[in-house]
Design a protein around this ligand. Sequence first.
Ligand code: HEM
Length: 400
Amino acid sequence: MAQHFPVQRTCPFAPPPEYARLREQAPLVRAALPGGEVWLVTRHAEAQRVLSGEGISTNPATPGHPNTLLTPEPPTPEQTAALQESAVGHFIDLDPPEHTRFRKLLIPEFTVRRVKELRPSIQRLVDELIDEMLAKGREAELVEDFGLALPSLVICRLLGVPYAEREFFQSRTRTIVSATEDPAAAYTAMTEIRTFLDDLVTAAERDPQDDLLGRLIDGGQLTHRELVGVIFLLLVAGHETTANMIPLGVLTLLRHPAQLAALRADPAGWPMAVEELLRYHSIVDWVAFDRVSVRDQEIGGQEVREGEGIFVLGASANWDERVFERPDEFDVARGARHHVAFGYGVHQCLGQNLARAELEIALRTLFERVPDLRVTVADEDVPAKYEGVIFGLKALPVAW
Ligand code: HEM
């Protein structure tokens, strides 16, 4: 019988418990969704195989692509048309060669070197946020005051959003991130942000600066609508993900004081600790890894037919005991860089170097500058987004 799907997490420190059983059962498991059936990919090797993109499409318009909204009916033609309009420039949903055209233009903006140049400004933003927190007293709520604020400010900096407009930008992106709580408000905020980004692109087209947007405009390869789509994608892909990892990182490191003490004693360990946090939490799971087979093929010993939908369980692959010993143990020294928390293959996260720098600088600086930091509620009372698309905490009350 097909596995009922989706299954939920039950605590902030592990993927859904059913994943271990599915992984044991087979590398590919059949699952029943409200709108049809899909293959679930449970193990690391097969996850990499599918995400490599060979014989696989990620485009929602490809026949058989699974419906990630999990509604019993497929989208109506009107809904599909609206989706296609907002999909212009949204290259995460495109297959090569269209995908390659966008990816090639964006790669130089996110290289290790380019991110290294950005590090001093990320450090400044982190320090300013901590200054504000410390100035307010001896308590804070880390999701709102720190986690959400940092990636939004970094994107503002990257896109050249004028300082005076940052508050508007931040409040709208915050509402979008809370989509599960108020879908109508999130939709309005999304429309407002798109208009805002459209105006930003128009202004940059009139007077291009030496920044990401200016360089894309000077390159002359993208239309106005494509440019708006591309920067919208950077915003949504880079915001909630990084924002959720920061408070999860704080909570997890505070639960492992000996490992935190080792990092304080030797900050050279931070990059490896960030990789382990990414693996351990695997906040981006099946919903981003929605694929469809475009030919009959064998994957992990299983015959997969053309037009059959696939969800890669990233959180299961990152806890695959064939690749990570004692995967349920958090170990900052394990060397977890081969995780698939940033995906793998053609669509592997474009912003991963930036995300790594943000996480490392945010966590290191917070623990350096607020050495007495503690969470003020018990683990079981920390509210988590179990129903969300990307896993994270709703709030993390702290004091010092
Ligand atoms: C901890 C933070 C982050 C995580 C866990 C994360 C995770 C991911 C994952 C799993 C994918 C692959 C999706 C797929 O295979 O379909 C992806 C793609 C992508 N990410 Fe990230 N991401 C993070 C931060 C960022 C940041 C900071 C940016 C940029 C500002 C960014 C931009 C993108 C883009 C543009 C893509 C699409 C790449 C493509 O399709 O070629 N991400 N991310």
